[in-house]
Design a protein around this ligand. Structure first.
Ligand SMILES: Cc1cc2nc3c(=O)[nH]c(=O)nc-3n(C[C@H](O)[C@H](O)[C@H](O)COP(=O)(O)OP(=O)(O)OC[C@H]3O[C@@H](n4cnc5c(N)ncnc54)[C@H](O)[C@@H]3O)c2cc1C
Length: 405
């Protein structure tokens, strides 16, 4: 049977979109094509990423039935966030006090999110997930989208949705240009346990040369995110465990007492991507394929979730009204709405990265000044805090600390 929608990529964005449309309209036949094997989709391995989710993202995951599938102890609340600059003890502080919420946001490991999404998706009758399936070609016309896979099967659909990562091959096949920023840096992530409690406080330390984020997990554990020049990646990943423990502990000035590595260290190259268009004829981009963010503001998947929701709502509306789900006016509306959020966040985040990785004296002074200004000007702080915890529009856990400035 000819599918209505073909999704390329079964990462968190592709799976979320698949669930959103297929659950809402059971007469829609949705096919999701993913190059990974079935076991790596159904039981994904820990990849070092602990994803900071906003209240908006939690709302979307709850509506999809995915939140309830997460193991209870896999959700760690972020109660407070502090930003430090250089060697200064001064910090910019945010908390959820005064709001009827228990946290600024929540940390959940990427592999738990992926598993919960997959478990939900595979129970939907009108959604077909084909693993071990590599898409090799996508073409579209005014009447049809056509997706060819490595074994030469051809899937024709009214709409093709690409969720095939920030390095999206299908985006390129459809000739959609993208801005790319290679930061020349790497992000090294892992988990550590420590002697002292973190009290739910997340720290973002903009040290000179390196940044260090320590994010609170349940129990006396934290998610560690180090960003460093690419040239230091190997030494950080391969450093002996004892030296690594001491190194992080010293850089964090023993605020959590003794620290010990409890997982493997994973490295990711830091490349930001923003597609110049989010659609072509009968084709739409979601997730990192549309916008791949620098992780410092913890936006990536949060944007992926809000973007797929916008597209899903447009598709659902079209089906209910009996109109074409691949209509370019529908896709244009999705692009306009999503880009309104993504453009300022993408460029704002890159600006923050530039300012907080520039170790020349004027930048160091500006960094200090910025943190003090926000801390001491209650109206700005209040606006940022509200942005942080509202659940209707897009927001982010860490970006409001800087991104709204
Ligand atoms: C260190 C780190 C920390 C992060 N922290 C946060 C955070 O705190 N908060 C947050 O919101 N986000 C965070 N992110 C971002 C988040 O992880 C990503 O935004 C999210 O994983 C992107 O999901 P996706 O589905 O768009 O893409 P991906 O996860 O990249 O999935 C793409 C899928 O497409 C498949 N695919 C690719 N090409 C093909 C093909 N030709 N045929 C078939 N299948 C194909 C791939 O196999 C893959 O499964 C972080 C990222 C990193 C690296």
């Amino acid at each position: 049977m000819k599918p209505d929608i073909v999704i390329v990529g079964g990462g968190p964005a592709g799976l979320s979109f698949a669930c959103s449309v297929a659950k809402a309209i059971n007469k829609l036949h949705v096919v999701l094509l993913e190059r990974q094997s079935l076991p790596s989709l159904s039981d994904p391995a820990f990849d070092g990423r602990d994803i900071a989710l906003t209240h908006l993202s939690v709302r979307i995951l709850k509506q999809l039935g995915v939140w309830a599938r997460l193991p209870v102890d896999s959700v760690s609340p972020i109660k407070e966030a502090k930003v430090l600059n250089g060697n200064s003890p001064y910090s910019l502080n945010f908390d959820a006090r005064g709001e009827s919420l228990d946290a600024l946001g929540y940390l959940v490991s990427n592999h738990h999110i992926r598993k919960a999404l997959f478990d939900e998706a595979q129970n939907i009758d009108n959604l077909e997930i084909l693993a071990d399936t590599v898409v090799t070609s996508v073409t579209t016309s005014e009447t049809n989208g056509s997706v060819v896979v490595a074994d030469e099967r051809n899937f024709e659909a009214s709409l093709v949705v690409a969720a095939d990562s920030r390095f999206s091959e299908t985006r390129r096949m459809l000739g959609i240009p993208a801005l790319m920023q290679d930061f020349g840096r790497a992000c090294i992530v892992c988990r550590m346990e420590h002697d002292d409690p973190h009290d739910g406080v997340a720290f973002e330390c903009f040290h000179y040369g390196r940044t260090l984020a320590i994010l609170p997990l349940n129990g006396n554990q934290s998610s560690i995110v180090i960003t460093a020049p690419m040239t230091e990646q190997h030494s950080i990943v391969e450093m002996s465990q004892a030296r690594f423990n001491l190194d992080v502990q010293m850089r964090f000035e023993s605020r959590l007492g003794e620290m010990r590595l409890v997982t493997e260290r994973f490295a990711y190259p830091l490349v930001g991507v923003h597609a110049q268009k989010f659609f072509a004829t009968r084709f739409a981009l979601i997730g990192d394929a549309a916008v791949g963010m620098h992780p410092v503001t913890a936006h990536g998947f949060n944007l992926g979730l809000s973007g797929q929701e916008i597209l899903a709502k447009e598709v659902i509306k079209a089906v209910r009204e009996g109109t074409d789900i691949g209509d370019s006016r529908l896709l244009k509306r999705f692009e306009r709405m999503h880009m309104r959020t993504t453009r300022p966040i993408y460029h704002g985040t890159n600006e923050i990265v530039r300012m907080f990785t520039d170790d020349r004296l004027p930048a160091k002074l500006l960094r200090n000044l910025t943190l003090r200004m926000v801390n001491n000007f209650p109206p700005i702080k209040q606006v940022i805090r509200h942005k942080l915890i509202e659940s209707r529009n897009h927001n982010s856990i860490l970006s409001p600390l800087f991104g709204q400035l």
